[in-house]
Design a protein around this ligand. Structure first.
Ligand SMILES: [Zn+2]
Ligand SMILES: [Zn+2]
Length: 246
């Protein structure tokens, strides 16, 4: 893809909503597959009491809306300000206890695993049942929409078109312990083409830094879907759990 197209895909603009400042993609079509829409706020007249502790709202007990679920709470039940990058908020926003818990977990993904996915790692890549494999750098695109594979050839796979993700492991130590991730098998559909394409990524055999990077990338790919994808990969994250003990 040309750098101009890439820049267009990654362009962002600042918008102000009732909940706070948001940095959103310039083009809606290029939004992150991890993204969430802002909820409709429960109208004031429909909530005379805190939806958690049932305290009646009045002049002294003011109501606050949770930015994640849109429900109404008193200050005590909705006091935490937590980052909510899935809704593109620039600053931490007010959330109820239930939502804050989820958002804290997601924040960990954004702070750690997402960086690993964006920086990429080297894998031996095999398409379908082909005997041939190619060494390629695999990374998530800046706008999080594509899996980019770069070697002698270049491939872009839209994250939303991935139907199955399975982490391949080796070693099940007796008495427990973690299996080691050695690769990943993906199935995805291509618009306009029938059926699914299978793709296998295998971490290199060398025991150096690049191998560690590949293992970290696989672990991040395993963790990301569980926390952040609400369609597509979410269904297959169960497969992941069954095949990869973290
Ligand atoms: Zn309350
Ligand atoms: Zn909430």
């Amino acid at each position: 893809m040309s750098s101009e197209v890439a820049a267009r895909r990654d362009a962002k603009k600042l918008v102000r909503s009732s909940s706070g400042l948001r940095m959103v993609p310039e083009h809606r079509a290029f939004g992150s597959p991890f993204g969430l829409e802002e909820p409709q706020w429960v109208p004031d007249k429909e909530c005379p009491r805190c939806m958690q502790c049932d305290t009646k709202f009045d002049f002294l007990t003011r109501k606050h809306h949770c930015r994640r679920c849109g429900r109404c709470f008193c200050d005590k039940c909705c006091s935490q300000k937590v980052p909510l990058r899935r809704m593109c908020f620039v600053d931490p926003v007010r959330q109820c206890a239930e939502c804050a818990l989820v958002s804290h977990k997601e924040a960990e993904f954004y702070d750690k695993q997402l960086k690993v996915l964006l920086s990429g790692a080297t894998f031996l890549v095999t398409f379908g049942n082909s005997e041939k494999s190619e060494t390629m750098v695999c990374r998530l695109s800046n706008n999080q929409r594509y899996l980019l594979l770069d070697g002698d050839s270049h491939y872009e796979i839209e994250i939303a078109h991935i139907s199955t993700v399975q982490v391949l492991t080796e070693g099940f130590p007796p008495g427990g312990g973690n299996a080691r991730a050695t690769g990943m098998s993906l199935q995805y559909t291509t618009p306009g083409a029938d059926g699914v394409t299978q793709l296998k990524l295998t971490a290199g055999e060398d025991a150096n830094a690049s191998r560690r990077q590949s293992t970290a990338w696989l672990a991040a790919m395993h963790k990301g879907p569980r926390h952040c994808l609400h369609h597509g990969l979410l269904a297959s994250s169960r497969t992941l759990t069954a095949n990869y003990t973290s």
